[in-house]
Design a binder for this molecule. Structure first.
Ligand code: SAH
Length: 348
């Protein structure tokens, strides 16, 4: 039965090795297979040509081998950013983005099909959560893009559709395999996980003592204002979030990123900048300002360019390290979840 098959690409090398040994196979089989899956990025057992064909056939019967099908690829004429819409084996769709920077190629992946966090400005959450992605499906986004572009990915940001810490166990497994020296071996320092602020999971992540960057989607400086933008603010206060960020820094030595999407007339006043400076100075952090990407379902608008500059300048005067996110792929449904949603609606 299909459901009984195990998802072999979601196993760590150690688990795969133990599994193969239990099957009476030699340990080196596991190493060979792991290399096919996570280094050579094979798209199926049939490509694993140094394995006996009877063994490959047996694997195809026993295990699920996930692979993504590209449904749509859009390339920005402005900056070469490519946005991919992939179909999963069950027909669900996820989107991923490939961006080329001076310091290397970066991929932004999705961690869930849909999202249940309900942030008001975000397109990914409008239809709720469909399901979690498996570790293999998160890896596959990077593997498929590497295959299509033919270029190595050096940075991974978990900032696409979904709340990664709402899919914690799968996320951790994904991070371990992604950064494993026996796999693609992406440096932990080049991986960023972005969260809307699930406090208990942020603490748990701190205790894993990984060297990844944690990005907190803050977007407001008071609980009252944050609740209007992000329902999760009803569960965790900004004070708790700041304590948790300090804890993360203490455990990992990694500076936090505060993401702050600037929404015209909502969170972009001088007063907001002053309050954000106070929060930012209380934690070892870097602030990333994101001009909000308007979605048609909501009437939020971007702050004026001059307002964004003034906001940034105010933070700088208060000695806060701040950058304004360059808008990549503006011409190709840049905002979270817009591509998938647009496609689903066109299909209907
Ligand atoms: N759930 C995670 C990661 C996915 S969202 C999180 O909340 O951090 C990635 C980032 O994009 C978050 O900071 C999110 O708040 C922001 N975002 C979502 N929709 C946006 C939009 N329309 N304009 C600007 N930023 C947006």
């Amino acid at each position: 039965m299909e459901q009984m098959k195990e998802d072999i690409k979601s196993w760590t090398l150690q688990e795969l090795t133990e599994h193969m040994k239990a099957q009476g196979e030699k340990a080196f089989r596991a190493a060979q297979m792991y290399q096919w899956m996570h280094v050579k990025l094979a798209r199926g057992f049939s490509e694993m040509t140094n394995l006996p064909s009877a063994f490959r056939a047996q694997c195809a019967e026993r295990y699920i081998y996930t692979a993504l099908t590209p449904v749509l690829v859009q390339e920005s004429a402005l900056d070469g950013t490519r946005k991919f819409l992939f179909a999963l084996a069950d027909g669900n769709l996820v989107e991923s983005v490939w961006m080329r920077y001076k310091h290397g190629n970066s991929v932004c992946i999705s961690s869930q099909v849909g999202c249940r966090m309900g942030c008001r400005f975000c397109a990914s959450t409008l239809d709720g959560l469909e399901r979690n992605l498996t570790p293999s499906e998160m890896l596959d986004q990077i593997y498929a893009i590497t295959g299509i572009t033919g270029e190595r990915v050096s940075n991974v940001v978990v900032m696409g559709t979904g709340e990664p810490l709402d899919n914690y166990d799968n996320l951790l497994r994904f991070l371990r395999i992604l950064t494993d020296e026996n796999g693609l071996h992406i440096s932990q320092r080049n991986v960023t996980v972005s969260t809307c602020g699930l406090v208990p999971k942020m603490r748990q992540l701190a205790d894993e003592k990984l060297q990844i960057t944690l990005a907190l989607s803050l977007h407001a400086t008071t609980d009252e204002k944050r609740k209007k933008l992000m329902p999760v603010a009803n569960r965790y206060s900004i004070a708790e979030l700041m304590e948790t960020c300090a804890y993360y820094f203490e455990k990992t030595g990694r500076r936090i990123t505060f993401e702050y999407s600037l929404v015209g007339g909502v969170n972009d006043t001088d007063e907001d900048a002053r309050e954000l400076s106070t929060l930012a100075r209380s934690v070892n952090c870097h602030v990333n300002l994101i001009p909000v990407n308007p979605i048609k379902e909501r009437d939020y608008v971007q702050s004026e360019a001059s307002r964004i500059r003034a906001f940034q300048a105010k933070l700088e005067r208060n000695h806060v390290t701040v950058t304004v996110r360059r808008e990549m792929g503006r011409d190709i449904d840049g905002a979270c979840g817009q591509l998938r949603r647009g496609h689903l609606h066109r299909e209907q």
